[in-house]
Design a protein around this ligand. Sequence first.
Ligand SMILES: [Zn+2]
Length: 116
Amino acid sequence: MQDCKVNILGTEWSIKFGGEEEYPASNGIDGYADSSTKEIVVDNMEKSKGQADAKGNLERYQKEVLRHELVHAFMTESGLEHNFEHKPIGIEETMVDWIAIQSPKMFKVFQELDIL
Ligand SMILES: [Zn+2]
């Protein structure tokens, strides 16, 4: 995937792909959404390729990570960024990951039913 820009609820966000060298804040994580710069960074997975403990389908996983970070961006732009903090468990991360994983399946069904 290549760097690009998307419109999230009226605000332009940049999507960038790279490693820790280019984006030091990505150290140890696969992606992040920075609400202060309106920037999403997703690991290019170069270091994972060929590693024994790497995911089997890195391209598919990279898309999942991007969907996850885009959900954060949508939450940020809709005013929900901090509304789930200070809970005893990771409620926001649980919900974000659920949407990132399930939304393609939901959209497929919605398209089949022509309810989008
Ligand atoms: Zn997250």
